[in-house]
Ligand binder design. Structure first.
Ligand code: SF4
Length: 382
């Protein structure tokens, strides 16, 4: 242990294997998106301090500030290139565009190769197919790999994982990155229930991000980070734009110990962001026939991450909720699927008999009507 102001830390940050790649990554990955918000000097301090403290995974994307994030990384740490695993992303879908994107990224990053080249955000199955189609971006990766410019191909995505699930099912991607946190596990249960086991079975390395739910889980970052790092992922990528956040995140991962099963259960019961509104998908309110409340609440999760309970909240909490609830832009998708549900909510019907079945104290009658209003562009008046 090394003495630092305010306490001790372990300079050998724990590392985990990244699937079948042979790479080993530090528990904390440095997310480069927020580097666009700081000066070049501050970016250099943050990146070099991260490496000095045992971090070894830095990631960015061509889109972050239209190359600004990449250029700051290149300027700050390209002289230490052998000390870290480097990733960038392209949102381009054709071979020619993706190749051009990679060349620009390499120049920005001042390197001759990246370790991970991400196909960025194929949200739908159609987008995932476009990447793999003849003339698609995957051909660019094959060329880049032959030329020694990219070592492994990766895919990333947000929200409901339809596009990335299809990608991993249909192509031998080496690495996947997506969001994992204790709120969205109830909005997109495929993430932990289907995607993670599939990646483990196929030897696909998994990177986590969004442990704090884009900031929604800001009250207790230590618990949020511990939750995500307790999943079978190699590294957790966190966007860092201040010395204070870097220090906080380093301290949490340096002291990491997994959440025990009982601690997780307690978190699901007591987390204020879940409260008496977010459905924990326990299935206890199913009555065997007709309407399944859980099915409706899953679509509400797709619509707005079950953030808007349509109750009065503090102005700051309201502003945060408004900023984040449609972050993944999946509202039209949710409404379409609700329109196809065999059994939908009848706003005139009384569902209060279901309320006593919920171990989390959710007023199912009210929540069903709120969800119905959202999913039909209707209005709910409390
Ligand atoms: S009983 Fe409550 S937590 Fe369980 S599925 Fe129904 S609404 Fe969700």
């Amino acid at each position: 242990m090394t003495a630092v102001p305010g306490g001790d830390y372990n300079p050998d940050m724990q590392r985990r294997a990244l699937g079948r790649t042979g790479l080993e990554l530090s528990l904390l990955g440095f997310g480069g998106f927020h580097l666009v918000e700081v000066t070049r000097g501050e970016a250099s301090w943050l990146l070099n301090t991260y490496l000095d403290r045992g971090g070894n995974y830095i990631e960015t994307a061509a889109q972050y500030g239209d190359g600004i994030s990449e250029r700051k990384i290149g300027e700050a740490v390209s002289h230490r290139r052998s000390e870290f695993v480097l990733a960038t992303k392209t949102g381009k879908r054709t071979r020619a565009e993706a190749l051009a994107s990679l060349e620009r990224s390499l120049a920005n990053l001042r390197t001759d190769h990246v370790d991970l080249f991400f196909m960025h955000e194929p949200q739908t199955v159609a987008e995932a197919r476009a990447i793999l189609a003849p003339g698609g971006a995957m051909e660019a990766f094959a060329e880049a790999k032959r030329a020694g410019k990219a070592r492994f191909v990766a895919v990333s995505g947000h929200g409901r994982p339809a596009g990335i699930l299809h990608s991993v099912q249909n192509h031998p991607y080496d690495v996947l990155m997506t969001g994992f946190n204790y709120l969205d596990r109830f909005n997109y249960p495929q993430l932990e229930g289907e995607l993670l086991p599939l990646c483990q079975a196929k030897g696909v390395g998994v990177l986590g991000m969004k442990a704090l739910g884009d900031g929604y889980l800001h009250r207790d970052p230590a618990t949020a980070i511990r939750y995500t790092l307790s999943l079978p992922i190699a590294s957790l990528v966190i966007g860092i734009n201040s010395r204070e956040y870097l220090e906080q995140d380093l301290r949490i991962v340096e002291r990491f110990r997994p959440l025990a099963g009982k601690e997780k259960e307690r978190l699901y019961r007591t987390a204020p962001e879940l409260g008496d509104y977010v459905c924990r998908l326990c299935g206890k309110c199913r009555n065997g026939a007709g309407l399944d409340p859980q099915e409706v609440f899953l679509l509400e999760g797709l619509f707005d991450r079950q953030m808007d309970s349509q109750r009065v909240v503090q102005p700051a909490a309201y502003a945060l909720q408004e900023r984040l609830k449609h972050w993944f832009d999946q509202t039209a998708w949710a409404r379409e699927e609700y329109g196809r549900l065999a059994a939908r909510v009848d706003p005139q019907r009384d569902y209060t008999a279901l309320n006593r079945l919920c171990p989390y104290g959710i007023n199912i009658d009210r929540k069903l009507k709120v969800a119905h209003a959202k999913l039909t562009a209707g209005e709910y008046l409390a």
